[in-house]
Write a protein that binds this ligand. Structure first.
Ligand code: NAD
Length: 424
């Protein structure tokens, strides 16, 4: 009788297939991770509709309803600028556990317009002087601070005093001292504090973190990254030291710093920095135009990074290991991230470019906060994570001033809460 089984793959081919499966996120075939990673591990209501596509297609996901409105965690959004209006408020519609229930703005007419659009009660509009009255609004559990960086500390401390949990935009604050005040205020009030590092909740970043953890790249040698944008208007707050804390380094360079720390789980022991402050350009009277910096890690890994306010938008990262490389290009963007990797498997150079589902990073990040508030657990990107980035930023500026490498102690406390559950 003829054997109906396909012939067993040669050992090298089997090794190669195993690699592809693991690199793709652990699903059965490498082109399935999109569905696998999209499947959510939590227990919100889902409705499975009959499949409409051929079995050879990516399986259709059940429809996810999220929590009913009465059970969602209520957020107050503080500051109605570009990020709040263009990204955060629309993202509530894609969350499973969150709802916007209050607004804080200095412009009442704008806030009323926004409140009408999102069905927020007019009585839940506050101005900055009346911010502390949030204490009297039990519908607000989390205060999401989306103000210029120099105001993050003040509003975090006031929110904690009002008995609210805090989700704070990056960078956490303008100084290590402010970060510590924020952590202390939330800890005294027994409230959770999370820094809005949205990339940590995004599937491509999380898969790359897993490749590193599972040693697919071998021993890590080098992280290379740029995060650059080109700013105009010299009058904007991003170019004022008191409101911004610095130039591109704390604003967009922080993604490279947080990225290498998040992806590798390592903390630098030494940093070197160099900044450009061109004279005669009205934009750079108070802050740098560009910074380049190197972080040395105890394992021997180095991160070589660049950030700028004077170059056309460019955002990428690449990790080089002894046995493979991986890159995100673009990295740090809100959408269309592209992950690629390569290593030799079974004697062949093997490339992988997983195609993961697009997610709304802000919705993912807010859902994480809501779950941690409900579970009374420390968020993954906690205040200590933001504090550690600020320590590194200050060391880079110090190195740029002194022209020397600056040593950093390893953090004394764990920098993150427990990781969010694996998806897929
Ligand atoms: P923006 O200038 O568009 O908005 C800032 C808001 O703060 C405005 O509504 C402004 O009126 C208000 N504000 C209150 N007090 C102010 C003061 N004293 N001076 C100036 N503005 C004042 O800025 P944005 O781009 O929305 O950034 C807000 C925060 O979000 C910053 O911390 C920034 O770093 C962060 N951000 C994060 C991301 C991300 O991807 N996570 C992206 C952009 C911005």
């Amino acid at each position: 009788m003829q054997d109906r089984c396909p012939p067993a793959p040669a050992p090298q081919e089997e090794q190669r297939r195993r690699f592809l499966r693991r690199m793709a996120g652990g699903s059965l075939v490498p082109w399935l991770p999109a569905a696998a990673l999209a499947a959510s591990p939590d227990d919100t209501a889902r409705i499975a509709l009959p499949p409409s596509q051929a079995p050879s297609e990516v399986p259709e996901k059940p429809s996810e309803l999220g929590d009913p409105p009465a059970q969602r965690v209520g957020f107050a959004v503080v500051g109605l600028g570009r990020l709040s209006l263009d990204e955060i408020l629309p993202a509530f519609g894609q969350t499973r556990h969150c709802k916007a229930v209050a607004l804080v703005s200095g412009d009442r007419a704008k806030a009323q317009k926004v409140a009408r659009h999102y069905g927020i009660a007019e009585t839940a509009i506050y101005d900055y002087q009346g911010f502390d009255r949030l204490a009297d609004n039990p519908a607000v559990q989390v205060v999401y601070i989306v103000l210029p960086n120099g105001l993050h500390a003040e509003y975090t401390v006031r929110a904690a005093r009002a008995g609210k949990h805090v989700l704070c935009e990056k960078p956490m604050a303008n100084s290590v001292a402010e970060c510590r005040q924020m952590i202390d205020a939330c800890s005294r009030a027994a409230r959770q504090l999370m820094v809005a590092y949205r990339s940590q909740y995004e599937p491509n970043n999380r898969l790359l973190q897993r490749w590193v953890q599972e040693k697919h790249l071998g021993r890590l040698k080098e992280f290379i990254s740029t995060n650059a944008i080109h700013l105009g208007d010299p009058g904007q707050w991003r170019l004022k030291k008191a409101l911004a804390g610095g130039g591109p380094l704390p604003d967009v360079g922080i993604y490279c710093i947080n990225g290498v720390r998040f992806l590798t789980g390592e903390e630098p022991s030494e940093v070197w920095g160099d900044i450009d402050r061109p004279t005669g350009d009205p934009r750079f009277r108070e802050v740098e135009e560009a910074a380049r910096f190197v972080l040395r890690f105890p394992s021997g890994l180095r991160a070589t990074c660049h950030t700028s306010y004077g170059a056309h938008r460019s955002q990428f990262l690449r990790l080089l290991g002894s046995e493979g490389w991986a890159e995100l290009d673009p990295a740090y963007a809100y959408q269309n991230l592209r992950l690629r990797g390569a290593r030799v498997v079974g004697g062949q150079e093997t490339h992988l470019q997983p195609s993961l589902p697009e997610v709304n990073e802000f919705a993912k990040e807010m859902d994480h906060m809501a779950q941690r508030v409900r579970d009374n657990q420390r968020p993954y990107s906690s205040g200590e994570d933001g504090l550690q980035d600020q320590r590194i930023i200050e060391a880079i500026y110090e190195s740029a001033r002194s022209g020397r490498w600056v040593k950093l102690e390893q953090p004394s406390n764990p920098v993150r809460g427990a990781p969010p559950p694996a998806e897929g």
